[in-house]
Write a protein that binds this ligand. Structure first.
Ligand code: KIV
Length: 276
C-alpha cells in the first residue's frame, strides 16, 4: 500500500510563509520528467529548469547558446514528470539569453511560452535594467525570479565565472539592484557567487522577496544547486561551493533526500564551501 503524500503543492504564499518562519527552501535544477519526479518525491520544494541545460544536456560551452524553444521543450518535460506523480514542487523556468533583452513585449511573449509549457514562474538575469521588464511581467500575472551576482548569460562581459559583489562599491550596486527588483515585484531572487555576508545582509533587508543562494553562503532563505553537480556527474570543473551528495549515499533517491535534509537543517552549505 502506498503512503499518502501529505505535502501540499508549493505556491508563492506557502513559500513566503516558509521564508517568514525561517524554514529553508530547497531548490534543484531539473531538465527531464524522471529526475523531476524523483526530486519531487525527495521533497525538493522548487525545481528550476535552468538554462544550465545548455551545458548539462546540450554540451554547450556556456548558457549563451540556449534558445527559447529548447527551454520550452525541457519545461514541458519537467512539468509532465511532475503531473505524472502529482508533484508538489514550484516550477521555475529560465528565460534564455536573447529572449527578453530587447523589450518588455519580447519578454512577455517569451515568458508566455514557458508559462504555457507548465512553468509557475520565470527567471531572468540582470540588475537595474531589468526592473521595467520585471514590473511589466508581474503586472500581467507572471511571477518573476530575478538573478544577481554571477549571471552566467553575461559571462563574457564579466570576464569569467568570478565572485561578484566584492568591495563596497560592487556590494552597494548589488544591494540597490536587489531592492529595485523587489520594488518591481520580483518574488524571488537568486544570488550566485556573492560574498556570504552580503547575501545574508540582503536576505535580512528584503521582506517581500525570497533569496535563494548558490555559492552565496548559508544566510539566504534557500539554496539551489545544479542537479548533475550535486550528484557528482559534472562533465567540467566542479564549482568550489558544490557538495557531492552521492559520495555518501547508496543511490540517487537517498542523495536527493540528503540534499533536502542538509538545506533544511542548515548543514549545507558549510563555511568551507564558500570562503569568499
Ligand atoms: O541555469 C541554472 O541552472 C541557474 C542556477 C545555477 C541558479 O540559473
Amino acid at each position: 500500500m502506498s503512503v499518502p503524500d501529505e505535502r501540499k503543492p508549493l505556491t508563492l504564499p506557502r513559500l513566503s510563509d516558509m521564508q517568514r518562519r525561517g524554514e529553508k527552501i530547497s531548490m534543484l535544477t531539473a531538465y527531464d520528467a524522471t529526475f523531476a519526479a524523483m526530486a519531487d518525491a525527495a521533497g525538493v520544494d522548487c525545481l528550476l529548469v535552468g538554462d544550465s541545460l545548455g551545458m548539462v544536456c546540450q554540451g554547450l560551452p556556456s548558457t549563451v547558446g540556449v534558445v527559447l524553444e529548447t527551454m520550452r521543450y525541457h519545461t514541458e518535460s519537467v512539468s509532465r514528470g511532475l503531473d505524472r506523480v502529482q508533484g508538489k514542487a514550484w516550477l521555475i523556468a529560465d528565460l534564455p539569453f536573447g529572449s527578453y533583452q530587447e523589450s518588455r513585449e519580447q519578454a512577455l511573449t517569451s515568458a508566455t511560452v514557458l508559462m504555457q509549457a507548465g512553468a509557475h514562474m520565470v527567471k531572468l538575469e540582470g540588475g537595474g535594467w531589468t526592473t521595467d521588464t520585471v514590473r511589466f511581467l508581474v503586472e500581467r500575472g507572471i511571477p518573476v525570479c530575478a538573478h544577481l551576482g554571477l549571471t552566467p548569460q553575461t559571462v563574457h562581459a564579466l570576464g569569467g565565472y568570478r565572485v561578484q559583489g566584492k568591495g563596497s562599491e560592487a556590494a552597494g550596486l548589488l544591494r540597490r539592484d536587489a531592492l529595485a527588483l523587489q520594488d518591481a515585484g520580483a518574488a524571488m531572487l537568486v544570488l550566485e557567487m556573492v560574498p556570504a555576508a552580503l547575501a545574508a545582509d540582503l536576505t535580512g533587508e528584503l521582506d517581500r522577496c525570497i533569496t535563494i543562494g548558490i555559492g552565496a553562503g548559508r544566510g539566504t532563505d534557500g539554496q539551489v544547486l545544479v542537479l548533475h553537480d550535486m550528484l557528482g556527474i559534472n562533465l567540467g570543473r566542479m564549482p568550489k561551493f558544490v557538495r557531492n551528495f552521492m559520495a555518501d549515499a547508496p543511490g540517487i533517491a537517498p542523495a536527493l533526500a540528503s540534499y533536502v535534509r542538509a538545506v533544511k537543517d542548515g548543514s549545507f552549505p558549510d563555511d568551507q564551501l564558500h570562503a569568499w
